[in-house]
Ligand binder design. Structure first.
Ligand code: UDP
Ligand code: MG
Length: 194
């Protein structure tokens, strides 16, 4: 279920003057499209790995056609750490993540897929790096062996094109699995681009 080949790696490492709270609130932002079967497993992993940490969950239901919204609402009724952003139709993962970010209150924000493809333990490694002073910690795929050839080639093409035109290149095989300090999230929220 988890991918042991995913490890964390810090980039753009400005040692931060930002003081770190001893017991930070961790915001997990989880875009969900037809994830009714994943959410319970996701919460199980979160509660297991992050026991003793302060966590809030911002689930974004991206116009699911299954019972994702009902599952989330039931969860939220019984767990005050859970909040829901609901889209009435499917806008795609990027829009869901952006909306979710706008609703976080944490000291650190970590977008995560609902399907547990990123190992939860990595969150603890992200936190260690954040405590060292990094405001952004990117996860990257150590190998893409589990991807199809087509996906690997598409990814390679994406990074080469993006990094040719972008002022701030992103390292290859970095996805959305990362830690963002609240200050970074505030900056992202202020950007006009969507
Ligand atoms: N997702 C979403 N809207 C979409 C497609 C996906 O919110 O239109 C969510 C999905 O539920 C999951 C995450 O985005 O939590 C990643 O989706 P998926 O695993 O399908 O993408 P991949 O891992 O292949 O990039
Ligand atoms: Mg996935």
């Amino acid at each position: 279920m988890t991918n042991p080949s995913t490890i964390m790696f810090p980039v753009r490492s400005a040692a931060s003057a930002n003081p770190r709270p001893a017991d930070p609130l961790i915001s997990l932002v989880v875009p969900c499209y037809n994830e009714e079967a994943s959410i319970g497993l996701f919460m199980g992993e979160a509660n297991r790995v992050l026991a003793g940490h302060r966590v809030e969950f911002v689930f974004v239901n991206d116009g699911s056609r299954d019972n994702t919204l009902v599952v989330l609402m039931t969860l939220a009724e019984n767990d005050t750490r859970v909040r829901i952003v609901n889209f009435t139709r499917n806008f795609g993962k990027e829009a869901a993540l952006t909306a979710g970010l706008d609703h976080t209150r944490g000291d650190v924000v970590i977008p995560m897929d609902a399907d547990l493809q990123d190992p939860f333990e990595t969150v603890l490694l992200f936190l260690d790096k954040w405590r060292e002073g990094y405001d952004v910690v990117n996860g990257f795929r150590k190998d893409r062996a589990t991807d199809t050839l087509a996906k690997r080639l598409t990814a390679k093409w994406f990074y080469s094109v993006f990094n040719t035109i972008a002022d701030n290149p992103i390292p290859e095989n970095v996805g959305d699995f990362r830690l963002l300090d609240a200050r970074v999230v505030a900056t992202l929220r202020a950007l006009p681009e969507r």
